[in-house]
Design a protein. Structure first.
Length: 93
């Protein structure tokens, strides 16, 4: 975190904040390194259909309602976990 201007913290949407994620957050906060969070493994949501070449918003809109609901639920869980770490977070895509 000393060698960068900004960091990207990758969080698995299926598991949320794990111990190594919390350690990374604490390191970034202690060094006052600005960072953004990227949720990955979204394609592992049960029932996710792949649409190669489509932007994320379009791919999400084409999913079944239960897949969209699972994405919304899991992303809200991650946002809540980030807020528990005294971090402001919201989805941007």
């Amino acid at each position: 975190s000393n060698l960068c201007d900004i960091a990207v913290l990758v969080i698995d949407i299926m598991h949320g904040l794990e111990q190594q994620t919390l350690e990374s957050i604490n390191l970034l906060k202690s060094k006052r390194t600005p960072f953004i969070v990227a949720l990955n493994k979204i394609d592992r949501l049960y029932g996710w259909k792949s649409f190669p070449g489509s932007p994320f918003r379009e791919s999400l809109a084409k999913q079944d309602s239960n897949v969209i609901a699972e994405f919304e639920n899991r992303s809200k869980q991650v946002i809540t976990q980030l807020m528990e770490q005294s971090l402001n977070a919201s989805l941007y895509y």
